[in-house]
Design a protein around this ligand. Structure first.
Ligand code: PLP
Length: 484
């Protein structure tokens, strides 16, 4: 493109073929012959991409060709056989919102820079707070780049309550702070403990039950022990939808403990927050309204395009007290100080993630999200039934949410002794998973549970069918039975 063409004419030439490309891309997801990924190892992918750019301007056709190649070799996360991550599927209204965000290209710090974004985000946060069950007069929040940052912001707010001087004095104000989380909680909390100056050792893991839920009595004992050791408990994190087994920690009994010890309760519902829409599954988060803060990622169970995450706080004013820097050059408070969201955030420039959730919520409504969540839970239940029926497969954690963790033992190995079995199952998981990936037929992740690599399937796409699930088990058997 030369410097002589106007943005309008460039866009007029780029957009129609891009829309056609997008429509072809989405149509292909409906075709069973479309691979989840055309997998190429890094050197081959490098060659396929060409990656030529530099001093010379290139034509629109070259750019469109690069877009086509990008779509061709990227993982099709909207494919019904993509089970690899905690997100998946396609949200058309959400995608439109994402495009509008790029078109508007503004930053969320002030009302004057992002008037529409500010009001939309404020309305969404208000609505999410009502879903959590915060009552009138309670609730504030802000969109963040993801659950990791939302969890960090919760920890910083809890730190601010216990050690208000830490904002000025940093680690010098801290007195052996510790936080408590389930042994299966996400690594973002230990990382937040590191960032906040506590150190990762300050994140104390609490034992879980066979489903993967935190055991409240173990939590209570750990808090008492920490106090006895001279440590300062700062926060408890209950997870709603753990990353691997998808378990929901029992919030109500954990909230009782938090109250007894006067501790900040944070609920990390990054993954599972969507259950709040479902009459059938909302009980999994019973007691969430008692939390001081909640992380909720609509980009996971609710299917929004990445990234869409919010940190919600029960007490208004908490975020500003924790993070506010009152930069005079930026915040002029022309429309009233509460209209500028920037001082609630850790960021300065902040993209508008609110449009996509707004449009998606308009398109689906609460009922649409409820149907989506219920469908994902039903798929996990169906899959569990399939595993129970098939010889060689067994479930490793009793599934509570939309994830199922399982292993497979080939028929020739079923008389092995316990330890050798475990080793074999672990090897089979790793080898078969790789074959599934490179064949492009399925993508499913693994994690180590009870000392062995274990398949973790995540139901993330309502368009997944029983045929897809049966096909996955067929493929696992097919690859596993011929392993050396
Ligand atoms: C339970 C939980 N919390 C937090 C996160 C981090 O969220 P994000 O990837 O949006 O930073 C994840 C990510 O998978 C998660 O599973």
């Amino acid at each position: 493109m030369t410097g002589k063409t106007s943005p309008e004419s460039e866009l007029a030439r780029l957009l129609p073929p891009t829309v056609r490309l997008a429509l072809e891309y989405f149509a292909a997801l409906e075709d069973p012959a479309t691979p989840v990924v055309e997998y190429l190892p890094p050197p081959a992918l490098q060659e396929a991409l060409g990656l030529s750019f530099g001093s010379e301007a290139q034509s629109i056709d070259a750019i469109l060709a690069a877009a086509k190649t990008t779509l061709r070799y990227s993982v099709r996360t909207g494919h019904p056989r993509f089970f690899n991550q905690l997100y998946g599927g396609v949200d058309p209204a959400g995608i439109l919102g994402e495009w509008i965000t790029a078109l508007v290209n503004t930053s969320m710090y002030t009302f004057e820079a992002a008037p529409v974004g500010t009001l939309v985000e404020t309305a969404l946060i208000e609505r999410m707070n009502r879903c959590v069950g915060y009552t009138a007069g309670e609730g504030e929040g802000i969109f963040t780049p993801g659950g990791t940052i939302s969890n960090l912001m919760a920890l910083l707010a809890a730190r601010h309550r216990v050690f208000p001087d830490a904002k000025r004095l940093g680690i010098h104000a801290l007195e052996q702070p510790v936080v408590f989380l389930s042994a299966e909680a996400h690594y973002s909390t230990p990382r937040a403990a590191s960032v906040a100056g506590f150190g990762t050792d300050a994140a104390i893991p609490i034992a879980t039950d066979p489903v993967g839920r935190m055991i409240p009595s173990a939590l209570d004992q750990a808090i008492t022990a920490a106090k006895r050791n001279g440590q300062t408990p700062v926060m408890i994190v209950a997870t709603s939808g753990t990353t691997v087994p998808g378990a929901f920690d029992p919030i109500d009994p954990i909230a009782d403990i938090a109250e007894r010890h006067d501790l900040w309760l944070h609920v990390d519902a990054s993954f599972g927050g969507g259950v709040l829409f479902s009459d059938r599954h909302r009980h999994l988060m019973a007691g969430v309204e008692r939390a001081e803060s909640v992380t909720w990622n609509p980009h996971k169970m609710m299917g929004l395009p990445l990234a869409c995450s919010a940190i919600l706080m029960r007490v208004p004013g908490t975020l500003e007290a924790t993070n506010g820097m009152h930069a005079e050059y930026l915040f002029h408070g022309a429309e009233g100080p509460t209209c500028d969201l920037g001082d609630l955030s850790l960021q300065c420039g902040r993209r508008v993630d609110a449009f996509k959730l707004w449009f998606s919520w308009m398109a689906l409504g609460d009922m649409g999200y409820a149907r989506r969540v219920d469908r994902l839970f039903d798929l996990a239940h169906t899959f569990q039934g399939m595993l129970d029926e098939r010889p060689g497969f067994h479930i490793i954690r009793e599934p509570e949410g939309t994830n199922v963790c399982f292993r497979y033992l080939p028929s020739a190995d079923r008389s092995l002794a316990e330890e050798a079995r475990l080793r074999r199952e672990s090897d089979v998981t790793l080898a078969v998973r790789r074959r599934l990936l490179t064949s492009g037929r399925f993508m499913i992740n693994y994690a180590t549970l009870d000392g062995a690599a274990t398949f973790r399937i995540v139901m993330s796409n309502p368009r997944t069918t029983d045929v897809d699930l049966g096909g996955l088990l067929d493929a696992i058997e097919e690859f596993a039975e011929v392993l050396p």
